[in-house]
Ligand binder design. Structure first.
Ligand code: SF4
Length: 163
């Protein structure tokens, strides 16, 4: 609360605009739901081939708010951040390397990536672009400093652990 006539500090204004963790995670879940809806007609062999990060030479990039959601999923399972896998696959896969263990909280990049073996027709690029912009807006509200660094590869988040 400000005294009448007292100057309003920039930090206080930023704090007032910053959503709480619960609000941010609710908004993130809504963005994820929309992404799933946009890809509802898509299907794939569910081989987890796209989670073979080293072999494929690509990995999803996450905003910190997405990493927070994954940490929440791990905490609910009573797990800590898993170590790297010898096969170079995403450490969030199960031991057999077949299923994502944080599927409901997997990042935007995992929800909107389908390899050439997927069926579903034309990618909903317009929806993905719009949702990507919403995600960026949310991420920067949660973490204004992220404007300097932006999203980061999932293996970097996993390597650094809780944040
Ligand atoms: S987060 Fe899940 S879906 Fe995404 S690469 Fe890792 S195991 Fe695969």
């Amino acid at each position: 609360m400000h005294e009448k006539g007292a100057p309003v500090l920039i930090d206080e204004l930023e704090d007032a605009r910053r959503p709480t963790s619960a609000q941010a995670l609710r908004r993130l879940a809504a963005i994820y739901r929309r992404a799933d809806e946009a890809y509802a007609r898509f299907s794939c062999p569910a081989s987890a081939e796209c989670c073979q990060l080293s072999r494929r030479g690509r990995q999803p990039w996450l905003w910190r708010v997405e990493w927070i959601a994954i940490q929440g999923a791990l905490a609910r399972q009573g797990r800590s951040v898993p170590p790297p896998r010898a096969d170079g696959a995403c450490p969030l896969l199960d031991a057999e390397g077949r299923r994502c263990t944080v599927y409901a909280d997997r990042p935007f990049g995992c929800r909107t990536y389908f390899c050439e073996r997927a069926a579903g027709g034309r990618h909903p690029l317009e929806a993905v672009t719009g949702l990507s912009a919403r995600l960026e807006t949310l991420a920067l509200e949660v973490d204004p400093d992220a404007s300097a660094g932006g999203p980061r590869p999932i293996l970097e988040w996993l390597r650094e652990g809780p944040r």
